[in-house]
Design a protein around this ligand. Structure first.
Ligand SMILES: *Cc1c(COP(=O)(O)O)cnc(C)c1O
Length: 376
């Protein structure tokens, strides 16, 4: 048995006719930059996220970058974020010349702990970038209260969380729609992936949407007249067509990811692993967790991971080195133990296969092997 962390070919077998047709339409039109597919994709994704405007961009990383550029955040400015995320979150802050300021995470959800944000705010703070890690939104309500109090821009990094929902009691409660900007990635491993790189920024603010559109084409408005320095951050029509063709399936894929998570939870709960303190399961504390990843905490994590690899089971560690300890951020002068919860998570977290097409037999096999590892 070989079980990959993600098997995109199983998904492609299922949607091939729709996706191939969408690609052929673009080929027939020979319209590769901008055009109706990009516009439709922006509209549909924004609508799905219950947000007013969508601006297609070249990647999730560029979505973050262009949002910071639109706010003219740069040298001398500070942006608060989490050290426990994919590099791009803090990378974007550094790339505009601003300073990332890290705040530790909540021990249950791995998401930025909003109760610690206040202490990180200075008169240089311009923005907060919360990350909805693994597919679950963080506690947006206290974060938004702080952002209002200090007049800070909120740029949601929702790359792993398209379709996630916070709490229905709020008027806006979908991932990406609650802050000033919501950033998505269509990287193939995300829940809504394209066939290459792609991303989107969503916003409820018309002026911000217009500025983003100008910035993604070198700041030109009209063509060849540049009031701003932007870049080439466009989403191309082929990728937009693929996203559009896949979007109608997203909810069913999310459902299957959730079902897989429940199946794991049941299998683990009926074993002795939790009682014996060997593994801890992910917790759902918001309305809708979309399980881009199913991450457990495991004793002897690295040995378990090697053992599973020998049994043909792929796993991944998100993330082995928190960002405050990365070499490229040494100039920020953080030290080990500055963010103990993140550092602890880096040592024990383990992502198991959770993709929608994972079978019963595969999930059972994975949990059996984990049980076998701890029996030795
Ligand atoms: C994937 C990801 C990104 C970057 O998206 P790309 O499309 O790969 O550039 C940013 N932030 C988080 C949290 C991600 O998981």
């Amino acid at each position: 048995m070989y079980i990959p962390l993600l098997d995109l070919s199983r998904q492609y077998d299922f949607i091939k006719e729709y996706v191939d047709e969408a690609i052929e339409e673009v080929l027939a039109s020979q319209r590769f930059i901008g055009g109706p597919k990009v516009e439709a994709c922006e509209k549909e994704v924004a609508t799905y996220c219950e947000c007013a405007y969508g601006v297609g961009v070249s990647s999730g990383s560029d979505a973050l970058l262009i949002a910071l550029m639109a706010e003219e955040i740069g040298p001398g400015d500070e942006v608060v974020t989490t050290p426990y995320t994919f590099f791009a979150t803090a990378g974007a802050i550094a790339r505009v010349g601003a300073t990332p300021v890290f705040v530790d995470i909540d021990p249950v959800t791995y998401n930025l702990d909003p109760t610690q944000i206040q202490d990180a705010i200075t008169d240089k703070t311009r923005a907060i970038i919360p990350v909805h890690l693994f597919g679950q939104m963080l506690e947006m309500s206290p974060l938004l209260a702080i952002s209002r109090k200090y007049g800070l821009v909120v740029i949601e990094d929702a790359a792993q969380a398209i379709g996630a929902r916070y709490r229905r009691i709020y008027n806006r409660n979908m991932a990406g729609s609650m802050g000033d900007y919501g950033c998505f990635s269509f990287f193939p491993t995300k829940n809504l992936g394209c066939f290459g790189d792609g991303g989107m920024v969503i916003t409820n603010d018309k002026e911000r949407a217009e500025k983003l559109k100008i910035l993604r084409s070198h700041g030109a408005s009209p063509k060849y007249h540049h009031a701003l320095v932007g870049g080439n951050f466009r989403l191309d029509a082929l990728q937009a067509a693929i996203v559009l063709a896949k979007l109608p399936f997203l909810d069913s894929w999310i459902k299957r990811r959730q079902d897989n998570a429940s199946r794991y939870n049941n299998l683990f709960s009926s074993s002795s692993l939790i009682d014996r303190g060997k593994v801890e399961l992910p917790e759902i504390v918001t309305e809708r967790h979309v399980f881009n990843q199913y991450v457990i905490r495991a004793k002897q994590r690295d040995a378990l991971r090697s053992f599973l690899k020998e049994q043909g089971i792929a796993t991944e560690v998100y993330y082995p080195v928190p960002l405050h300890l990365q070499k490229c951020f040494a100039y920020l002068n953080y030290a080990s133990e500055d963010f103990p919860v993140s550092e602890q998570a880096a040592n024990v977290s383990l992502a198991l296969p959770i993709f929608p097409e994972l079978t019963d037999d595969e999930a059972v096999y994975i949990v059996e092997k984990i049980l076998a590892f701890y029996q030795n």
